[in-house]
Design a protein around this ligand. Structure first.
Ligand SMILES: Nc1ncnc2c1ncn2[C@@H]1O[C@H](COP(=O)(O)OP(=O)(O)OP(=O)(O)O)[C@@H](O)[C@H]1O
Ligand SMILES: [Mg+2]
Length: 183
């Protein structure tokens, strides 16, 4: 996988599978500190200590259809390759918090990729799941909150064609604004 958004998709899909009702995604890009961090916090079923220990092992998965779970181990490895760090904490019935940091300018750091489609895919996956997405770039920050979106849309589904276009444009514009200085 050579896009960070694909790792994010995988990580948040784990949160969704764990029956989370609220998921927070924090992406921080700080070019002054030369760091990029991706944090996902959920209130899903969490993991036992035993599962948590195994979770960074590429041969562990609780799924039965495929033997090897790769999402978390390869993300951890990527963070370490990019001179960063990885941390995961979890508590049964409470939730999970995972954070991966990479050196922003590292040659092996994958590009962000298509974060717009990733966020859109995640928010339509199950409209009952509330997602708070914060993305900051140095001093500027963009936030998308599905609770607020629902209020604005007043019962109209995120999946409706014109709503889809609007949400994607909103994210695109927000990210363009925070990254202005990079252009
Ligand atoms: N947020 C989470 N909450 C609860 N359990 C989790 C969470 N993230 C991961 N897990 C547990 O860790 C295991 C490994 O996750 P990982 O993403 O590496 O593989 P997978 O989800 O099983 O398989 P794949 O991602 O390939 O579909 C999961 O099967 C699940 O038991
Ligand atoms: Mg997974």
């Amino acid at each position: 996988m050579n896009e960070l958004s694909l790792y994010l998709l995988d990580i948040v899909q784990n949160s969704i599978k764990a029956d989370s009702k609220n998921i927070i995604i924090n992406i921080i890009e700080d070019t002054k500190e030369d760091l990029l961090s991706i944090e996902v916090i959920d209130d899903g079923k969490g993991m036992s200590e035993e599962t948590l220990k195994k979770v960074t092992d590429p041969f562990f998965t609780s799924r039965s259809t495929r033997r090897v779970g790769l999402g978390i181990p390869i993300f951890k490895e990527l963070c370490e390759t990019c001179l960063g760090s990885f941390q995961i904490k979890s508590q049964e019935k409470k939730g999970t918090r995972l954070i991966g940091t990479l050196k922003h300018s590292n040659i092996d750091r994958p590009p962000m990729g298509n974060i717009v489609d990733t966020i859109y895919t995640l928010i339509i996956n199950d409209e009952e799941v509330e997602i708070l997405y914060n993305h900051s770039f140095n001093d500027k920050k963009f936030t998308l909150n599905t609770k607020e979106l629902k209020q604005i849309l007043d019962g109209i589904s995120f999946k409706q064609m014109d709503v889809m276009m609007w949400i994607k444009d909103y994210i695109k514009e927000g990210l363009r604004f925070i990254k202005e200085e990079e252009l």
